[in-house]
Design a protein around this ligand. Structure first.
Ligand SMILES: Cc1cc2nc3c(=O)[nH]c(=O)nc-3n(C[C@H](O)[C@H](O)[C@H](O)COP(=O)(O)OP(=O)(O)OC[C@H]3O[C@@H](n4cnc5c(N)ncnc54)[C@H](O)[C@@H]3O)c2cc1C
Length: 820
C-alpha cells in the first residue's frame, strides 16, 4: 500500500491537471483532484483558453516554465488529437520603438536559449500571409511557439494521472480547509470531508476565496479580457482540416494590445485594448456550464471592441470582408507584478497555492510545485513567483486592485527595467524623506519604498567633475532613469563622503537562546563569534543553491541583527525556527532606519560627533558597536557596499531625521553629499559586490557565484553543506564573471545575451557605468572556460557590443580604502 502523502488538489484546470500529472509521475499516487465544475470542462479559465503560447519573456524563470510547457504538451495527445500545435509565434512591430523592443526580446530569447529571429516585413508576410507587410516594420519569429489546446491537454493529463492512481472528482465544491494543530488535515466539500496531508489550491482566479478558508491572503485580481471569433475569412477557407485547425503562426500586435490565432477558416482575436474590468467573485454567472456558458465567461461588451476591429482590419486586410461572429469577456488572474503565486501558507502547514498561472507557464509551474512537494526544492529559481515575496503593505485589497489593473493596462507595453510604477506611491518612506525631497531626490519605487536614485541638488557638481570622471553620453534607452549627477555622486563618495539611505534593506532581529543555533544551521558562515562581530554569509538550499545572502551582526550573546534581501528571508527563517519558542524573529525594518556613510572623509565626519572611538582599532572592519552620535543612540557596522571606508549607521525611526541632520551639518566642511541608488549600483559593481536575485539565485552555488569565501566548510553541517562538500572554485563549470565594455561608453542594463565566437554563451545579470574606472561594467554568467581576457559580445537591441572578461574587483582589490 502506498505511503506517499495524501494530496488534494483544488481545481481541475490546466494547473491542477498538470500538478496531478507531475506528482503521480514522481510516484505520489494518493492524489485527488476536486473541482466545483463538471469534468473535464469545469467552467474555469482553462475551459475556453485560446491557448497561445509565446515563450519570450524578460524573466528566465518564466521562459523556462513556458519552454517546459511546450516540450511537455508536444508529447501529449488525446486519441491521436494534438495538444500542442507548433505553428510558431510572430510578434509584429508597427513603430520604430516596437521594432527596437523586438530586438531586445530576441536578446532575451538568446539569453534563455530559445531560438528566435527578427524578420523583415516581407519575411513576416511569407509566414503569415494575412499580415499586410506595408503596415509593419518587422517581426519577431519564434519557431517553437504555438497553440496549446488547453482543454484537451487537461484530458490527456488527467487520463495519465488517473492511470497512475490519481482520482478526479467533478461537481464537488470546496467549502472549507480542515486543519488541526497548525496543519492541514483535509478539505470540506459539498460531498463531505476529504482527508489530506497536503492541499494545493490551483483554483485560478477563485484563489483568494480558497485562500481565505485557510486565512491566507492571495494577492490576485480577477479581470475580464475580451476574446472574439470572426466568421469565415475567405483567405482561410479550405486551408485546414478539423484536426489541424491552424497553420499560421500565432500573432501579436502589441502596439494595439491585440493577438490573433487561426482556427479552421476563422480567426480568434484577443484584446487588452480595453479598460480594466475587475470582477467580483460574487457577480459570476451561475448558469449551467456548457461550451458557451461558464462562470469564467461574461457577456461580450461590443462597445469595448469597436476600435479593435478597425485596427485588426488594418493589419489583416482580409478581415474587411469578414465579420465578428461571437465574443466573450473571459476572466483570469492578474497580480501586482504580473508573476504567478506559488507557496505554502505560513499559518497552515501543508496548505499550498499555485495560482495566477497562464496556460503558457502551467506545466513549468506544476513541475516546480511537484518538486517543492516531493524534494523540497524546485530546479528553477522561484523567488519572483513565491507568494511570500510581497511586503505586508502590498497585500491590501486596495494595493492588489490598483497594481493588478495597471498590469493589465501595461501587459504589452514597452517597459524600461527601471520604470517605476506611477501609483500607488509614497507607501513607505524613510525618516529622511523630507530632507531628501528638499534636496531634489528623484525617487524610484521598490517593495513600496521610495528610494532616491540621485539628487538634483548635486547637479552643480557635474560641472566640477575632473575630466576622467565625466561620463559619456548615453543612448536614449540606457539614458532613461539616469542622470550624469550619478557620476558626481560616485565621485564624491570616492573622494569625500556621502550619505546613502539604506533604510529599505530588510532587517530582521533574531533573538533568544536558540538564535545562534538557528543561524548556524541555515547559513554557511561561522557565526559563533564574539559580540560585535559582523559576518557576510549565505543561506543555501539543500542542493547548495543560494537562497539568499545575509549580513549577520552579533549584537548580544543571544541577539543578532540580520541584514536580509526581503520578505522571503523572513518567511524562511520563521519556517526554520524551532517550534519551542527559543527563537524570536522580528522584522524591524519599519521601526528602524539606516544611513550608509561612506567615503575617505567618513571617519572625520563621524568622529566629530562623538567621544566613542571610531578609529581603525576602535571599530575594526566587519565589527559593530552601539554608540552615540551627537546624542543619538546608534548601532554602527563597519562595512560598505560601495567599497569605501565607513559605516552603516542604524537608529530608531523616530531619531532618524535627527541623525541625518547631525551628519549633514557636521559634514558640510568635509564635502558631504546625499547620494542615490544610481551611484550606489555603479560603485557596488566596481567592487564586485553581488546582488542576490539579480546576480545569483538558487540556481547557482557559492563557488559559481564567486562567493566561496563566505562558506566555512569546516564549521560542521549546515543546510546545503552536503551538496557543496565536493565543490570548489576549481570544479565549477560556469562563473559569474566581470566584463568591461571595450568601447568605454555602451551601457547595457541586464538580461542581455553574451556571445562567445558568435554563439550564445551566457547572459548579463547586472550592469552599470563604472565611474571610477571610466568604463561600463557588466556581470554575466559565462562558462568557466571563459577566462580573463576572453573576448565576448553583448547583444543589445540587435547590436553586438564587444566586451572582455576582466579581473575583479575593478576597484581597490587590496581593500586598502575600505580597511583604512
Ligand atoms: C479570454 C482569455 C484568453 C486567454 N488566453 C490565453 C492564452 O492565449 N495563453 C495563455 O497562456 N493563457 C491565456 N489565458 C489565461 C489562462 O486561460 C489561465 O491563466 C489559465 O487557464 C488558468 O488555469 P488554472 O488551472 O489556474 O485556472 P482554471 O482553469 O480557472 O481552473 C481553476 C479551477 O478551480 C475550480 N474551483 C474554483 N473554486 C473552487 C472550489 N471552491 N471548489 C472546487 N473547485 C473550485 C474552478 O472550477 C476551476 O475549474 C486566457 C484567459 C482568458 C480569460
Amino acid at each position: 500500500m502506498s505511503t506517499t502523502p495524501r494530496v488534494v488538489i483544488i481545481g481541475a484546470g490546466i494547473v491542477g491537471a498538470n500538478l496531478a500529472d507531475e506528482l503521480t509521475a514522481r510516484g505520489w499516487d494518493r492524489v485527488t483532484v476536486v473541482d466545483q465544475g463538471p469534468l473535464p470542462l469545469t467552467g474555469g479559465s482553462t475551459s475556453h483558453a485560446p491557448g497561445l503560447v509565446f515563450q519570450t519573456n524578460s524573466a528566465k524563470t518564466m521562459t523556462e516554465f513556458a519552454r517546459y510547457t511546450v516540450e511537455k504538451f508536444i508529447s501529449l495527445d488525446v486519441d491521436g488529437a494534438w495538444c500542442f500545435n507548433q505553428v510558431g509565434g510572430l510578434e509584429v512591430a508597427t513603430t520604430p520603438e516596437r521594432l527596437a523592443e523586438l530586438h531586445r526580446r530576441q536578446g532575451w530569447d538568446a539569453s534563455w536559449g530559445i531560438e528566435a529571429a527578427v524578420l523583415s516585413p516581407a519575411e513576416c508576410a511569407r509566414l503569415h500571409p494575412l499580415v499586410d507587410p506595408g503596415r509593419i516594420l518587422g517581426g519577431l519569429h519564434v519557431p517553437t511557439d504555438g497553440l496549446a489546446k488547453a482543454s484537451r491537454a487537461v484530458v490527456a493529463l488527467a487520463r495519465r494521472a488517473a492511470a497512475r492512481g490519481a482520482r478526479f472528482q467533478g461537481s464537488t465544491r470546496v467549502t472549507g480547509i480542515e486543519q488541526a494543530a497548525g496543519r492541514v488535515t483535509g478539505v470540506r466539500t459539498s460531498g463531505g470531508v476529504i482527508p489530506a496531508d497536503i492541499v494545493v489550491s490551483c483554483a485560478g482566479f477563485w484563489g483568494p476565496a480558497i485562500g481565505a478558508m485557510a486565512g491566507m491572503p492571495v494577492p490576485l485580481l480577477p479581470l475580464a479580457h475580451q476574446f472574439a471569433w470572426t466568421g469565415q475569412v475567405a483567405e482561410l477557407a479550405g486551408r485546414n482540416d478539423e484536426l489541424t485547425e491552424a497553420r499560421l503562426p500565432i500573432l501579436r500586435h502589441q502596439d494595439q494590445d491585440l493577438y490573433y490565432r487561426e482556427k479552421g477558416d476563422r480567426l480568434g482575436i484577443g484584446s487588452y485594448a480595453h479598460r480594466p474590468m475587475p470582477v467580483e467573485l460574487s457577480d459570476l454567472p451561475q448558469n449551467e456550464i456548457s461550451e458557451t456558458s461558464m462562470p469564467s465567461m461574461l457577456p461580450f461588451t461590443e462597445e469595448d471592441f469597436a476600435g479593435v476591429w478597425e485596427q485588426s482590419k488594418l493589419l489583416l486586410p482580409s478581415l474587411r470582408s469578414a465579420k465578428i461572429d461571437s465574443g466573450f469577456n473571459g476572466i483570469f488572474s492578474f497580480t501586482p507584478d504580473g508573476s504567478p503565486l506559488i507557496g505554502e501558507s505560513p499559518e497552515v502547514a501543508g496548505f499550498w497555492i499555485a495560482e495566477a498561472v497562464w496556460v503558457t507557464h502551467s506545466a513549468g509551474v506544476a513541475r516546480s510545485v511537484a518538486q517543492l512537494l516531493t524534494e523540497g526544492r524546485s530546479e528553477v529559481d522561484l523567488h519572483g513567483c513565491d507568494v511570500h515575496r510581497f511586503e505586508e503593505v502590498q497585500l491590501s485589497k486596495e494595493y492588489v486592485r490598483e497594481t493588478s489593473q495597471q498590469n493589465f493596462v501595461e501587459v504589452y507595453d514597452i517597459l524600461h527595467p527601471l520604470q517605476p510604477r506611477l501609483a500607488p506611491r509614497g507607501l513607505r518612506v524613510s525618516p529622511f524623506h523630507a530632507r531628501q525631497e528638499a534636496l531634489g531626490a528623484v525617487f524610484l519605487e521598490a517593495a513600496g519604498w521610495e528610494r532616491p536614485h540621485w539628487y538634483e541638488a548635486n547637479a552643480p557638481l557635474v560641472s566640477q567633475l575632473p575630466p576622467e570622471w565625466v561620463p559619456p553620453e548615453r543612448d536614449p534607452w540606457a539614458g532613461q532613469f539616469w542622470s550624469p549627477i550619478a557620476a558626481a555622486e560616485a565621485w564624491r563618495t570616492r573622494t569625500a563622503v556621502a550619505m546613502y539611505d539604506m533604510t529599505p534593506l530588510k532587517r530582521l532581529e533574531v533573538s533568544g537562546p536558540g538564535a545562534l543555533d538557528l543561524l548556524q544551521r541555515v547559513t554557511t558562515g561561522q557565526l559563533d563569534k564574539s559580540v560585535g562581530s559582523v559576518t557576510y554569509t549565505l543561506a543555501l538550499d539543500e542542493a547548495g543553491g543560494i537562497r539568499s545572502d545575509l549580513t549577520v551582526a552579533r549584537l548580544g550573546g543571544q541577539l543578532f541583527q540580520v541584514g536580509a534581501n526581503g520578505p522571503l528571508d523572513h518567511d524562511y527563517l520563521c519556517r526554520q525556527a524551532p517550534s519551542d519558542g527559543s527563537v524570536e524573529i522580528r522584522d524591524i525594518t519599519g521601526g528602524t532606519c539606516c544611513i550608509g556613510l561612506w567615503g575617505p572623509r567618513a571617519r572625520d565626519l563621524v568622529q566629530s560627533l562623538t567621544d566613542d572611538d571610531f578609529s581603525n582599532d576602535g571599530l575594526k572592519y566587519f565589527r559593530a558597536k552601539r554608540a552615540r552620535l551627537g546624542g543619538v543612540p546608534v548601532t554602527a557596522m563597519r562595512l560598505s557596499y560601495v567599497g569605501e571606508l565607513g559605516w552603516e549607521i542604524y537608529t530608531a525611526a523616530d531619531t532618524g531625521q535627527r541623525l541625518w541632520d547631525l551628519l549633514w551639518a557636521a559634514g558640510q566642511d568635509l564635502g558631504v553629499i546625499a547620494a542615490g541608488r544610481a551611484a550606489f549600483n555603479s560603485l557596488r559593481l566596481e567592487k564586485g559586490y553581488r546582488s542576490w536575485g539579480q546576480d545569483m539565485t538558487t540556481e547557482h552555488n557559492p563557488y559559481e557565484a564567486g562567493l566561496g569565501f563566505a562558506v566555512r566548510k569546516q564549521k560542521g553541517a549546515f543546510v546545503g553543506s552536503a551538496a557543496i562538500a565536493g565543490v570548489d572554485d576549481g570544479t565549477v563549470r560556469r562563473r559569474l564573471s566581470c566584463l568591461t565594455i571595450d568601447d568605454g561608453r555602451s551601457v547595457v542594463l541586464g538580461n542581455e545575451p553574451v556571445y562567445i565566437d558568435g554563439r550564445p554563451a551566457g547572459y548579463v545579470t547586472s550592469a552599470a557605468f563604472g565611474h571610477t574606472v571610466g568604463r561600463p561594467i557588466a556581470y554575466a554568467w559565462l562558462p568557466a572556460s571563459a577566462g580573463l581576457g576572453t573576448r565576448v559580445e553583448i547583444g543589445f537591441f540587435g547590436r553586438r557590443i564587444p566586451a572582455t572578461v576582466a579581473a575583479e574587483p575593478l576597484v581597490d582589490p587590496e581593500m586598502t580604502r575600505i580597511r583604512g
